[in-house]
Design a protein around this ligand. Structure first.
Ligand SMILES: [Mg+2]
Length: 119
C-alpha cells in the first residue's frame, strides 16, 4: 500500500513546518492559500485528505471548501479544518459547508493522528 498523502493549505510557514514533523510518516504537499491548493489538487489527484486553514490571502479556506464541494470529482475528499481559537464561528461555517472534521490549535501529535484516523 502506498503512503497516505495530505495536502496542507495554510498561510503560516510555521504550521507547514509543524505538519512536516507530525506527519513525517506520510507524504505532505504544501500550499499557502486556497488558489495554490486548487492548483496542487489538479497535480496530485491521489491526495487522501486536506488540512485547511480558514484565514488566508487570495482564496480563503471557506472559498476553497465551497469550490471543492461544488466539484463532483473532489466533493468526497475529506477536509479537516485547522481551527483558530476565537474563530469558532468560521469553524462552524466550514463544518456546515461539508468539512469532515476540525482540529483546534494548539494541538499535539496524538490529537492530529486521532483526527486523521477518524476520517
Ligand atoms: Mg491563516
Amino acid at each position: 500500500m502506498s503512503r497516505k498523502k495530505f495536502l496542507v493549505i495554510d498561510d503560516s510557514k510555521l504550521i507547514h513546518k509543524m505538519f512536516n514533523v507530525m506527519l513525517r510518516q506520510y507524504e505532505v504537499v504544501h500550499a499557502f492559500d486556497g488558489r495554490e491548493g486548487l492548483q496542487l489538487l489538479g497535480q496530485h489527484s491521489d491526495v487522501d485528505a486536506i488540512l485547511l486553514d480558514i484565514n488566508m490571502p487570495n482564496m480563503n479556506g471557506l472559498e476553497f471548501l465551497a469550490t471543492v464541494k461544488a466539484d463532483s470529482g473532489l466533493a468526497e475528499l475529506p477536509v479537516v479544518i485547522i481551527s483558530t481559537e476565537g474563530k469558532e464561528e468560521d469553524t462552524a461555517r466550514a463544518m456546515a459547508a461539508g468539512a469532515s472534521a476540525y482540529i483546534k490549535k494548539p494541538f499535539d501529535h496524538k490529537q492530529l493522528l486521532d483526527v486523521i484516523a477518524g476520517l
